[in-house]
Design a protein around this ligand. Sequence first.
Ligand code: PLP
Length: 386
Amino acid sequence: MTQRPMKFRTRAIHDGNSIDPQTGAVVPPIHLASTFRQPGAGEWGEFDYSRSGNPTRSNLQATLNSLEGAVGSLAFSSGMAATHCVTMLLGNGDHVVAGKDIYGGTYRLLHKICDRNGISVTLVDMTDLDAVAAAIQPNTKLLWAETIGNPLFSIPNLTALAELAHSRGALIGVDNTFGTPVLVRPLEFGIDIVMHSATKYLGGHSDCLGGTLSVAVKELYDRLYFVQNATGAVLDPFSSFLIGRGLKTLDVRIREQSKTAARLADWLAAHPRVSRVYYPGLTSHPGHELAARQFDGIYGAMLGFELAGDFKATAAMVGKTHLFHLAVSLGAVESLIEQPASMSHASYDPADRAKAGISDALVRLSVGLEDFDDLRQDIEQAIESV
Ligand SMILES: *Cc1c(COP(=O)(O)O)cnc(C)c1O
């Protein structure tokens, strides 16, 4: 029988999850040991100390390599720790070009932590290639985009950005938290580093924090591993296990949740009290065509809409849902609702928020695994109540 490569859903379950050779357990044990007995003085086995390497974390990283098409992956204590690791490749005098609608915490990291080390940042619309090209300086060492912009769902052209970055001698990293490897595997488009807040879809159940980096080049992996091992923000064994377990159902969760999100987007677009819907699956979305080419025929389970109302009406509405919990974060089986202006993007300076087009009336939904009719009814009664 000729071997053909296994499909994504199968690899998510089997790669990185070998039978335990000692017991035959079909689920590998969680290795809590912080240190490992060495073969002899000055001799090193596969593992020596859990910051440097841990079997449970290694299993998760092996699954990630398989799903992202990576040669190396690293798991961190949070998404921000993963992104911070990337910025630690930079030095004094270096410059970053980042998307103007990036995650609020990334904005804060770039503007309020990296600046202390003499790193400067320019925010630009990543869907405007001319603007990106113009923002790149001789000292630009890193481009940073999100595969689906946050919270306006902009879709950057990954191939074009990778070519642009490389032609100017810069690395390009993308935050694929909203996309997940089910929708898009950025390394296939020439992106150097793909990052996830594993807290979101990879874990998928709102019960642990984590972050990941995956890369296609060994030399880059070695540089990132050096920073991670030197600074220590690794993922603990129990969270590594939980995220690895989450990955087993990633494909089926994302596909189901995306279906429900697409139906909600259609319903909201026709609602008289809704002035605008942001969802890459809608043909009216400016990034729709690109999303159709880059994504695997589905558009994710995140969507945004603007209520025909002001900051106060919007703040009141998001507090009136029962199934959609009013909370930051996203990507889990339970649906969440939030107002970016007062929650996820409150760490932006108000002027930058306005420049990025993030309206006070914007509502962001993370569509979970509940039934479509129940979720629609929940949003409907909340809109009617304000
Ligand atoms: C949550 C999130 C992060 C940060 O991840 P943490 O796990 O909270 O540190 C980064 N990017 C995006 C798009 C996120 O949603």
